[in-house]
Design a protein around this ligand. Structure first.
Ligand SMILES: C[S@@+](CC[C@H](N)C(=O)[O-])C[C@H]1O[C@@H](n2cnc3c(N)ncnc32)[C@H](O)[C@@H]1O
Length: 414
């Protein structure tokens, strides 16, 4: 088996150069010891969270560097400056051992120079520029957040993105009682069924048996906004992998009916598996495009609708630091049309007096407030009950947006 650092380098190459997803690629490290897995994760996520700042440390010392070698230099600089547990000589030796004979001298010389001169930074003209550099966010993104949410919030969001995310658990009330779970001293109750755990939750029998789920704290709060009750008919329009579907089914005490859709067949399987594992029997899942009429569903037949829309994911940059490397101002707008069509289509199935939640895990007004405002202009029969943005620093969780809407009248024929 290759060394942990060799594995980390390969993983980073796939993420940085082939636009892979870190969480998916790191699933392949199962054969490694717990210590090695932790080192690989630390190196991969730490390097991604600091990528542009790391490149700045050596770019003036070298030109025409091969792409994979650049990735290796960045991951080595991360270990030199951010990880105390590995001696500098070991980091440099290991980096040299990973490259071809021809490149060894070059990598060795660059890393020694970087180590000797210590961390460097360019001159900054303002606070946002400094923050963009120190947190390796694109400057345009910090400017966008500053324009949307104010300068102070923009800075706090970027700082929060640099933190290692906290793992939140959610009790599955269908399988374990509050008393049984929360009496365990390793479990720290937060609110509703949300908790943190001293240890690795995915290695517990509770997790294996579907008694607890991993779900971000703000995501849990979004699920609760639907206020689903036993016996109701619910549409979950963009449901995979089904974490919120499960939360809704739990609120409904597994009584009633949930239709869970997702565009991708293989992702619908994830919903099915989660429902079986967690003891939910009221969900009917299928692969369908939620922006198009839903076969077999009567208009105005749903008590509750959740549109947890596909989005640019800017609230999730701590879990998915690679997004900030690949996102562009143009790509931000790619999903707004689809979000609008899903909302438009789903709305037709809500009963009068019913409740619909539109949510995203992004921090971008175009996909959030503006999307809902435009919808409400087109649909005077809907009213906004509430609207909230969770910034990542507030609950130490992902950033989310949710608007709660209700249908007060019948749709007008245009
Ligand atoms: C934010 S995720 C949903 C997360 C899910 N609600 C949960 O909490 O587990 C958005 C989902 O929308 C799906 N999706 C994308 N386009 C869609 C479409 N046109 N119709 C239905 N689902 C779609 C994606 O495959 C993705 O699984």
């Amino acid at each position: 088996m290759e060394s942990a650092r060799a594995y980390a380098w390969k993983a980073l190459n796939r993420i940085v150069l082939e636009h892979g997803y870190a969480s998916l690629i790191l699933r392949g490290m199962e054969g490694y010891s717990r210590e090695d897995r932790s080192l690989i994760s630390e190196i991969v996520y730490g390097t991604l969270r600091n990528y542009t700042r790391l490149s700045y440390q050596w770019e003036d010392l070298a030109s025409h560097v091969k792409q994979k070698t650049a990735v290796l230099l960045n991951m080595s600089v991360y270990q030199l400056f951010f990880l105390d547990r590995i001696p500098d000589y070991a980091v440099i030796n290991e980096a040299c051992s990973l490259v071809s004979e021809k490149e060894k001298g070059f990598v060795n010389a660059v890393l020694h120079k970087v180590q000797k001169r210590g961390m460097i930074a360019p001159e900054f003209h303002d606070e946002l520029e400094r923050m963009a550099f120190e947190t390796s966010h694109p400057l345009w993104l910090l400017k966008l957040w500053s324009a949307h949410y104010g300068m102070e919030n923009a800075v706090k969001i970027a700082e929060a993105d640099q933190q290692r995310p906290i793992v939140y658990g959610r009790r599955n009330p269908l399988k374990i009682s509050r008393e049984e779970l929360f009496s365990d001293r390793k479990v720290h109750f937060l609110e509703a069924d949300c908790f943190t755990y001293d240890g690795i939750l995915t290695e517990t029998s509770w997790f294996d048996e579907g008694k607890v789920l991993i779900q971000d704290r703000a995501s849990q709060a979004v699920g609760r906004l639907l206020e689903a009750e036993p016996g109701m008919c619910v549409l979950d329009a963009c449901a995979a992998p089904g974490t919120k579907t499960q939360e809704i089914a739990s609120e409904m005490k597994n009584q009633g009916m949930i239709t869970a859709l997702d565009l991708h067949e293989e992702r619908v399987k994830l919903i099915e598996q989660l429902m079986v594992k967690t003891g939910v029997s009221i969900v009917s899942c299928r692969a369908a495009d939620a922006s198009k009429p839903i076969m077999g569903m009567e208009p105005e037949s749903m008590d509750r609708i959740l549109v947890d829309a596909p989005c640019s994911g800017l609230g999730d940059l701590s879990h998915k630091p690679e997004i900030r490397m690949h996102v562009t101002p143009e790509s931000l707008d790619e999903l707004t049309k689809l979000q609008a069509s899903i909302l438009e289509n789903a709305a037709a199935y809500l009963k009068k007096g019913g409740r619909m939640v539109y949510s995203t895990c992004t921090l971008n007004r175009k996909e959030n407030e503006n999307q809902v405002n435009t919808f409400l202009k087109r649909h005077p029969e809907f009213e906004r009950i509430s609207e909230k943005t969770w910034f990542p620093y507030e609950l130490e969780s992902d950033g989310f947006y949710a608007a709660v809407l209700t249908k007060t009248g019948s749709a007008m024929v245009k």
